[in-house]
Design a protein around this ligand. Structure first.
Ligand code: ATP
Length: 304
């Protein structure tokens, strides 16, 4: 099912065109919206929520028109904004209950929903303390909880991993995967960190300068390429020479070699493993080479 669609969507600010004739659709599941800072991601989300009017073009969200049905959209959509907008003197519980009541739930149901949601996002006894004393990771969780508390069908998450350390980022990505999988809520998640979305998205939309660069299923971004990546502690040059002798094309990157092979060939893996053993090298890594989103983005950006 199509969760959002845009057609020729354009937003011009006095000094910059933030969206430039963007035509794109997204289906149910987890969709990554990827682009460098200033690419137009937040502007797109704000238009889809009816918070900003487009200069030209059209959009629908769950079949609704943001220009005339913004309130209906907000009933079924959750939004985690990029920037911090939390009241420092309230606790996570007070704030989330308040947001649930704003969405129309009676107080007792709002309290129950808020408690469940805060538990789902991983806030426990800290939820009674004022938000002003929270870490960045805890604040991101509160922002996520307020977006989820009214049980939306679709969630917009704007840079949810911003400012998090590697562990916090992993936790947030895990949560997003659960929301999309276990809870069955469709998610549109933005990031300028192209690689991190690979782990959580079914589909990726790449925009640059307000224009669509690419929209594809994640599998097409990360298709196995015809290479094996091998890393050794030392002796990469000797290993490269041995594999070249065996008729393989080898591209060295320091201690790491990319060895061209026919896709999925076990014989090629055996050849590399045997060469490492024969030369008595310490193996650090041996894996199938993959296209990463960064590579695709770089390649395509070069052609625009
Ligand atoms: N209210 C505004 N007035 C003027 N220019 C704006 C406004 N909002 C955004 N812009 C400009 O539009 C462009 C796109 O901004 P947008 O915030 O949508 O990008 P983004 O991809 O979300 O990047 P970031 O992650 O840095 O926010 C930028 O050049 C930005 O400076």
């Amino acid at each position: 099912m199509t969760i959002l669609a845009t057609e020729g969507l354009t937003k011009r600010f006095p000094r910059v065109t933030a969206l430039d004739r963007l035509t794109v659709t997204a289906e149910t599941g987890v969709t990554g919206l990827v682009g460098a800072n200033g690419a137009g991601k937040s502007t797109l989300i704000k238009i889809l929520l009816g918070l900003l009017a487009p200069t030209e073009g059209r959009a629908t969200v769950l079949g609704l028109d943001p220009a005339s049905q913004a309130l209906d959209i907000r009933r079924v959509v959750g939004y985690m904004p990029e920037h911090d907008c939390l009241p420092p003197d309230m606790s996570a519980t007070e704030f989330t209950v308040h947001m649930a009541q704003m969405s129309g739930l009676p107080r007792s149901a709002a309290r129950e929903r808020a408690a469940d949601t805060l538990r789902h996002v991983g806030l426990y006894e800290e939820r009674y303390r004022p938000i002003g004393g929270y870490s960045t990771g805890m604040r991101q969780r509160v922002k996520l909880a307020q977006a989820l508390v009214h049980d939306p069908r679709l969630l917009f998450l704007d840079e949810p991993t911003n400012g998090l350390d590697p562990q916090g980022r992993d936790d947030m990505l895990g949560l997003i995967r659960r929301i999309g999988g276990e809870f069955g809520i469709s998610v549109v998640v933005t990031s300028h960190l192209l690689g991190e979305l690979e782990r959580v998205c079914d589909h990726v939309i790449v925009i640059d300068g307000g224009r669509l660069l690419r929209s594809s299923a994640i599998g097409e971004f990360t298709q196995a390429t015809q290479s094996i990546i091998v890393e050794v502690e030392e002796g990469a040059d000797r290993l490269a020479a041995r594999l070249t002798e065996a008729g393989r094309r080898v591209t060295p990157h320091g201690r790491t070699l990319a060895v061209e092979v026919e896709t999925g060939s076990p014989a090629a893996f055996d050849l590399v493993r045997d060469a490492v053993c024969d030369l008595d090298l310490n193996l650090v890594r041996l894996e199938q080479g993959r296209h990463r989103i960064e590579d695709v983005f770089r390649e395509e950006a070069a052609h625009v």
